[in-house]
Design a protein around this ligand. Structure first.
Ligand SMILES: [Zn+2]
Length: 270
């Protein structure tokens, strides 16, 4: 089977090496993983998740009486934090997720992106998406380039008017450097094509799949300003705050879901 996330990482190495505007990216700090999403459903193809956003200011939830407007209940104080992800001794700063198998079936046909690429093969949409997600990494290490939401994902507003044009330019400049065609080969097949050729596609996922490292709330011990208002305890976190290499599991992605491979499967040659 083909390890799709590994192929993307290899291609990213080459793209970053040949693209001056992305050369500041240290891919040791970037981890590529798979999320499940059907090809025939609407939704993102990929997302850049930042793990370096600072802890939020302390806050709390509150409830008011609908008629009197009076404060009736409030939650404990909490801060919102980024989880930690470590691979070996390396702390990961960005995660880039690809939605599989949907991403495998991305094409330029009948898309807005297609207008930026006249007369080129449809699979370039996938290369465009890869460059697009890399371009979200902020050179100033301040999070996601431009506007970032508090949950660590990129907001649609982080795409300024020139974002798509700049990405298309980088894709064309990259191809003009005549990279080894073998690196992009896997993008030319759609999901059915890959399945026929390799017998299936696998990719890195997190142990708590379909979840993955996400911003979480942690209770902080601070006195309530309104001591007579009922205090609601915050729900205990359901996901880990720290992930290590052992928490990465290889899963096979199919039309309908993803399943963990047995150890034997993991070692089968891709
Ligand atoms: Zn984007």
């Amino acid at each position: 089977m083909i390890n799709y996330t590994e192929r993307i990482s290899l291609l990213m190495q080459d793209v970053v090496g040949r693209t001056p505007r992305l050369s500041f990216i240290d891919l040791k700090e970037v981890l590529v993983f798979g999320r499940f999403g059907r090809s025939d459903a609407e939704g993102a193809f990929a997302t850049c998740h930042c793990l370096t956003l600072p802890e939020s200011e302390p806050g709390y939830y509150f409830w008011r009486d609908r008629s009197t407007g009076e404060l009736t209940r409030r939650s404990e104080w909490f801060v919102t934090k980024s989880p930690e992800v470590h691979v070996g001794t390396q702390r990961i700063k960005y995660l880039i997720s690809f939605v599989l198998p949907r991403f495998c079936d991305q094409s330029l046909e009948r898309t807005r992106k297609g207008e930026l690429y006249p007369a080129v093969p449809g699979w370039l949409a996938k290369l465009d998406t890869i460059v697009h997600e890399l371009y979200h990494i902020d050179p100033s290490e301040a999070g996601i380039r431009a506007v970032a939401r508090s949950d660590g994902t990129n907001s649609p507003r982080s795409h300024g008017p020139l974002f798509y044009e700049e990405v298309a330019e980088m894709v064309q400049d990259y191809l003009a450097t005549r990279p080894d065609p073998a690196l992009c080969e896997f993008l030319k097949d759609d999901f059915d094509g890959l399945t026929a050729r390799y017998g299936g596609i696998v990719g890195a996922t997190f142990r708590n799949f379909p979840s993955f490292p996400q911003r979480y709330q942690e209770v902080v011990d601070m006195p309530a300003a309104e001591p007579r208002v009922r205090l609601e305890p915050l729900k205990p976190p359901t996901q880990p705050a720290c992930y290590r290499e052992d928490d990465l599991h290889i899963r096979q992605f199919t039309d309908t879901g993803a399943r963990r491979l047995t150890r034997k499967g993991q070692h089968r040659a891709a």
